[in-house]
Design a protein around this ligand. Sequence first.
Ligand code: UDP
Length: 310
Amino acid sequence: MFKKTVLITGGAGFIGSHLSQKLLGLKYQVICVDNFITGNLDNIKPLLKDNNFRLVVHNVSNPIEVAGKVDFVLHCASLASPIDYLDFPIQTLKVGSLGTHNALGLAKKKKAAFMLFSTSEVYGDPLMHPQKESYWGNVNPVGLRGCYDESKRFAEALTMAYHRVHKLDTKIIRIFNTYGPRMRHRDGRVVPNFIDQALHNKPITVYGKGKQTRSFCYVDDLTEGIFRLMFVKAVEPVNLGNPGEFTIMQLAKLVIKLTGSRSRIIFKELPCDDPKQRKPDISRAKKLLDWAPQINLEEGLKRTIAWFKV
Ligand code: UDP
């Protein structure tokens, strides 16, 4: 049987490894390109035994060369946690700009379809709520989050230019807060932080007053949306996320309840430019993909907590 080949940059990361696993299960050939700056070999160890899986250790901010045919390039590589992009702002800007350029160049050379993994951060601290794809955003280019937000905005512009100039089959997904197994214990993002703190009965660190909101999508719902989009013509960006909206305080209390933790809640300074609210309008994804998240926050947290306990 003719097997399609999917190259995933950042394939050893949290989302990339779940996607690799899903595609291998559906008998695709997967080429994972990762330099392990935030990816983790443990995420893909079970996949290395699969003959359809190939690992290329490489920093995609440098030109990417792979032998053989490639049908899809999924550009997932990114430093996606605020603590990582504060530690590595230049690498963050490089992978969003040079990395996207290299991934697009590879897709062009291989005549492959291309998908950019962009982010809800392109909306910045949004003045429109919920966020529709038509909203242009409210981003501080010179703030601490600027390295991430602006590199993704540049990446979107570059993707559109390749589509317009080279007629590349391109897609852009804007991923809202996603969580699940394989997030690092010290990831820095709110769900793994709270779970790790709760399981160790350590104080739960709520930043600011905890009134800011986020919408949390379980990783399996996200990878299903990504998979469906691979086979649909959609040049315009598509929001992928769970529209259920929670304050960070509600999340803290839910994690304490589900872990049965003795942790207390403490308050820390709100990071610079921390968005006050975030909730995707997913009408476009629903219409295009007949997709909506199936796993609610409580169920997703239970599954994630079970994984963190092992
Ligand atoms: N946050 C928090 N405590 C933590 C980590 C994060 O209160 O230990 C807050 C953070 O200030 C933000 C929200 O949780 O308002 C989500 O943060 P995260 O880093 O997960 O992602 P973001 O959506 O900000 O990129």
